[in-house]
Design a protein around this ligand. Sequence first.
Ligand code: NAG
Ligand code: NAG
Ligand code: NAG
Length: 367
Amino acid sequence: MKVIAAVLLCLLIIRTAHGQYVSCTNPNQRTGYCVNIPLCVPLNSVLAKSNPTDSEMRFIRESRCLVSDQSDLPFVCCTPDTDYNTTRARPNDEVIHSTLLPDRSICGGDIAYNQITKGNETVLTEFAWMVLLEYRPHDGQQLRTYCAGSLINNRYVVTAAHCVSAATRARKGDVVSVRLGEHNTSAVVDCLNGRCLPEPVQIAVEEIRIHESFGTRLFWNDIALIRLAREVAYSPSIRPVCLPSTVGLQNWQSGQAFTVAGWGRTLTSESSPVKMKLRVTYVEPGLCRRKYASIVVLGDSHLCAEGRSRGDSCDGDSGGPLMAFHEGVWVLGGIVSFGLNCGSRFWPAVYTNVLSYETWITQNIRP
Ligand SMILES: *[C@@H]1O[C@H](CO)[C@@H](O)[C@H](O)[C@H]1NC(C)=O
Ligand SMILES: *[C@@H]1O[C@H](CO)[C@@H](O)[C@H](O)[C@H]1NC(C)=O
Ligand SMILES: *[C@@H]1O[C@H](CO)[C@@H](O)[C@H](O)[C@H]1NC(C)=O
């Protein structure tokens, strides 16, 4: 009887799930999704404050959902609200830019954010939207990885067009699958302090859409969408990143800090088995344009950023994400496109500016 009830409950959960989460209503009667509290950035950031108010704590308690003894972490009904009758939401947040894209209660959250991290190595589950693209070489069965991408919903990965172009596929092989939930490519299972992640998930590629104007001008429109053969189940190590419009971002300000992360894979080199990260800063477009003027023409659809020391996006992977942490969530700001003299502090790395392609993205995804 218990088993039947459990199966029924599971079916019920799966049916009502959006992506992988069950919908619920919070104490402000707002609809959200029932998730483990560390995955709920707005409420988790209240807990992380040194002095949450009684009202905030009561709000969190009353936000509990799906009470279960399976997990030591409580589930809460996650919305942008952090207190009774108040929302952190700006008017812009309420704009639903595409019903296919996750809202900020689902995307861009990072359990690792509140942990102290030293150096460049990422902690397990950090940047859980990062995927590796798997190529099948023409002469072998063993899959190889050269590029990365970012999961933007439960069906699509955004990457650089140059990673999946016909020219690249002719040289490197077809992109047949993506690997999600990866941390250390040398380890079968990733563990830290006795906690282990599930094994990475491999999903076949159903379709690749390269920007129509890629290739017409050198290094322009370096963006592509990969549609996965099936929907991805979100988990602590597999989550989507937010797009800028999800948090109402419309432009980049001077001084904007970004994080670029990856395994250091490019079409020609490979550097680290473990996902690494590096902080970089926005470079004024005019400055970047002048710097590159003798080599390539750059425009508003490019975004330049540089690190304080060598490293640059050589620590990222072609096609991987340049991310901004904005109002509690990670936003996909750029896609690693190219850089000259990788590692030289005198040449900022150039990224595809995701702000310029949000319309293209929403027009090219389907359920
Ligand atoms: C929220 O607002 C409604 C209507 O303004 C009010 O009746 C209710 O008591 C408020 N809830 C809390 C917990 O303050
Ligand atoms: C971070 O990366 C840079 C450049 O790759 C390297 O020089 C530095 O030693 C790294 N720092 C740590 C703490 O690993
Ligand atoms: C990655 O995995 C390999 C194989 O298990 C292990 O030897 C290595 O220490 C790991 N690297 C890190 C940084 O955890």
